[in-house]
Design a protein around this ligand. Structure first.
Ligand code: MG
Length: 205
């Protein structure tokens, strides 16, 4: 089933804030990607003509099992049914220009294929607050992080977003990327991986 929305969190790891010249957030930075950006393991990701400096961002994704509004932090994780690994692919030059101009960066984040996601696995006994994240390009390690280094915890993110926006069953939340972002070019193979959760590999064309 295709999720109604993909909720994304920006700048949720301190070293990543520094590497993008952003300001340390005092509240979660929230944006959406359209569900049409989603693709799976093995799918090709096409960079449209004229789009430059496309970058990877490995992230932990939560899949929600039930609908909630004004969810208290103490109940937040009971709304999560599955985990996945997500690659928040971004057309960085376009996003940077949009940020400078004060415009929305919807297209820079929302292109077809810019949301590779692994097959979701049931949350079960996994502690999503202490998972290693890895990203490799052509087999070379580029990103390494751990979800324990998030600025806003998963319950804080869920509770915060649900104050403003109903989180519906099936929705996905990508929870931010650690440091080490970089460019992917046509011909590259990119893998985002969270041991115990899964991996998603895509060729850039
Ligand atoms: Mg991201």
């Amino acid at each position: 089933m295709r999720p109604g929305k993909v909720i994304c969190i920006g700048w949720n790891y301190k070293p990543h804030v520094a590497e993008t010249d952003a300001v340390l957030p005092t509240e979660p930075i929230v944006f959406l990607k359209p569900s049409s950006c989603l693709c799976g393991d093995g799918d090709e990701v096409r960079i449209p003509e004229g789009v430059t400096n496309v970058q990877y961002e490995a992230e932990l994704a939560l899949v929600f099992g039930r609908t909630g509004k004004d969810i208290p932090e103490g109940e937040a994780m009971s709304h999560v049914s599955h985990l996945a690994v997500f690659n928040d692919i971004t057309a960085r030059d376009m996003q940077t220009a949009d940020r400078k101009a004060g415009n929305p960066w919807c297209l820079a984040k929302g292109m077809d294929g810019f949301g590779p996601m692994s097959e979701p696995v049931p949350l079960g006994d996994t502690d999503p607050a202490s998972l290693d994240l890895f990203l490799e390009v052509n087999g070379e390690l580029r990103q390494r992080g751990n979800t324990s280094n998030m600025i806003f915890s998963l319950p804080e993110l869920i509770s915060y977003v649900s104050r403003f926006m109903t989180i519906e069953a099936g929705d996905v939340m990508a929870t931010g990327t650690p440091e080490g972002i970089g460019e992917i070019r046509r011909g590259d193979t990119v893998t985002a991986r969270i041991p115990g959760v899964g991996s998603v590999t895509n060729r850039i064309v």
